[in-house]
Ligand binder design. Structure first.
Ligand code: BES
Ligand code: MN
Ligand code: ZN
Length: 485
């Protein structure tokens, strides 16, 4: 979808479909649309309650030649006093999705208003129009025959700034699409090797890839152990974005299990079904890097992905094995299915050596987090309460929900090992926090946040009107929002 910006009024546009937003019981006395339609809104549609501007309502009307456009799609935003940008996101996504199902929707136009924050509204419209109509139809013989070709955003003022805000929204949304594509691809296509190729192909990002021998030489033994059962060898992907006059140096880490069978502690079939998605954290940080290269903020960001596959074979690591992580700590393997934390442990040690100001890791780490928060919110844990709050806030501002879970030291009690410094799993209960405190053993940095997206990276039914089934691209907008501040 091409997105253009104009200062021409919506009603003078040459679009086929106009998307017009209404608040509940909005005054129609000065409504040019209503006048042009010969009072159709004030005399018929509103009084008969076909459409009242209630939040979530949509109403499609045919203009019968009274306007340039063939159709007008009314969208309801609810009470003006109860407006939130999240409502706008969902209304925009829903509207553009609806246009996508109609023939003759080559050009769709929407107007932004100065009621709230003009620039924020502009960015959101661009963002959620793209996010809302994302489709992974690569492997379908029958594709959507009528995708919207152009979205025209009409603004009453500040066109240059609006144009910038729209481009920013477009970059961010296209990055989430990149994430979703990577996740939706089967694991036969996205292996550690091809994931590394995808990283190398990101323009403006410096990428170094380490192979299995280098991973072993560097002492990343916990990570190496997880990957050794697969015929697809591991690849450590290290990406660098160096902005001008960087004020901060940040490290990002994404869990990159291109497939998680559970290993010798094999998963049952229903749990294994979506495990191609176990590289969602990796896909997220790769997309963040892709967006940074285009947005060019004044920061330095280092991203690390310890990509591998957790498989069973004669070469696979086994329960009872003792692994020595890069920082020298020893881990007894209690369960080979708790592999993500083993790969992240070494990735965290690797990141620590870069001496960043802060570290964020993002991972589809625990089923326990999914049990706790469902697909509605992602879990967050961190060592700096301020930073944790900032990330949660960035999530709120960017249409993604995060909820803090504790990192109490007591969770380590369950991870006591008789023969090593720790085990990789313990009790079934409090699993998300147990994984969090496990990771904390490999972090020295005072500013560390751990995001558990096990429940949110992939959804099996549509959510918030903005997200279709499948990969969501969660994390990209929140992390980018935080980095850009
Ligand atoms: N990749 C899974 C976590 C997961 C579960 C992601 C469901 C998405 C949806 C992770 O590697 C895993 O298997 N975790 C185990 C840990 C357990 C063995 C302590 C889990 O949560 O069941
Ligand atoms: Mn697992
Ligand atoms: Zn996993």
């Amino acid at each position: 979808m091409k997105i253009t910006v104009t200062d021409k009024h919506l009603l003078d546009s040459d679009a086929n479909i106009l998307i017009v937003r209404f608040f509940k019981n909005q005054d129609l006395s000065n409504c040019r649309l209503n006048d042009l339609l010969g009072g159709q809104l004030s005399n018929y549609i509103f009084p008969k309650e076909e459409f009242t501007g209630e939040y979530g309502q949509t109403y499609l009307l045919t203009t019968n030649g009274k306007l340039n456009a063939d159709k007008v799609l009314l969208i309801g935003l609810g009470e003006k006093s109860e407006f939130t940008f999240d409502k706008l996101r969902q209304a925009v996504a829903k509207a553009v999705q609806k246009c996508d199902t109609m023939k003759n929707n080559k050009k769709v136009a929407i107007r932004i208003f100065e009621d709230f924050d003009l620039l924020k509204e502009a960015q959101i419209i661009a963002e959620d129009a793209i996010i809302g109509t994302y489709d992974f139809d690569k492997y379908k013989s029958k594709k959507n025959e009528s995708p919207t070709e152009e979205l025209i955003i009409s603004t009453p003022a500040r066109i240059d700034e609006v144009e910038k805000a729209v481009r920013k929204g477009e970059i961010i949304a296209n990055s989430t699409s990149f994430t979703r594509d990577l996740i939706n691809e089967p694991s036969a296509v996205i292996t550690p090797e091809t994931l590394a190729e995808k990283a190398k192909a990101i323009e403006g990002i410096d990428v170094t890839v380490y192979d299995e021998n280098q991973i072993k030489e560097m002492g990343l033994n916990a990570y190496y152990a997880v990957g050794k059962g697969s015929i697809n060898p591991p690849r450590l992907i290290y990406m660098k974005y160096l902005g001008q006059n960087p004020k901060k140096k940040i490290a990002l880490i994404g869990k990159g299990l291109t497939f998680d069978s559970g290993g010798m502690d094999l998963k049952p079939p229903s749990s294994m079904l979506n495990m191609k998605d176990d590289m969602s954290g990796a896909a997220c940080v790769m997309s963040v890097m892709k967006a940074l290269a285009q947005l060019k903020p004044e920061i330095e960001v280092h991203a690390v992905v310890a990509a591998c596959e957790n498989m069973i074979s004669g070469k696979a690591y086994k329960p009872g094995d003792v692994l020595i992580a890069k920082n020298g700590k020893t881990i007894e393997v209690d369960n080979t299915d708790a592999e993500g934390r083993l790969t992240l442990a070494d990735a965290l040690c690797f990141a620590e050596e870069l001496e960043p100001d802060a570290i964020i890791d993002i991972a589809t780490l625990t089923g326990a987090c999914m049990v706790a928060l469902g697909s509605v919110a992602s879990g967050i844990m961190g060592t700096n309460p301020e930073m944790t709050k900032e990330i949660i806030k960035s999530g709120e501002e960017n249409g993604e929900k995060f909820w803090e879970l504790p990192l109490f030291e007591e969770y380590m009690d369950n991870l006591k090992s008789d023969i090593a410094d720790m085990k990789n799993t313990g009790s079934r209960y409090g699993g998300a926090s147990a994984a969090g405190v496990f990771l904390k053993n490999f972090v020295k940095n005072k500013n560390w946040a751990h995001l558990d997206i096990a429940g949110t990276a992939h959804i099996d039914k549509p959510q918030y009107d903005t997200l279709k089934k499948g990969a969501t691209g969660v994390g990209v907008r929140t992390i980018l929002g935080w980095l850009l501040k």
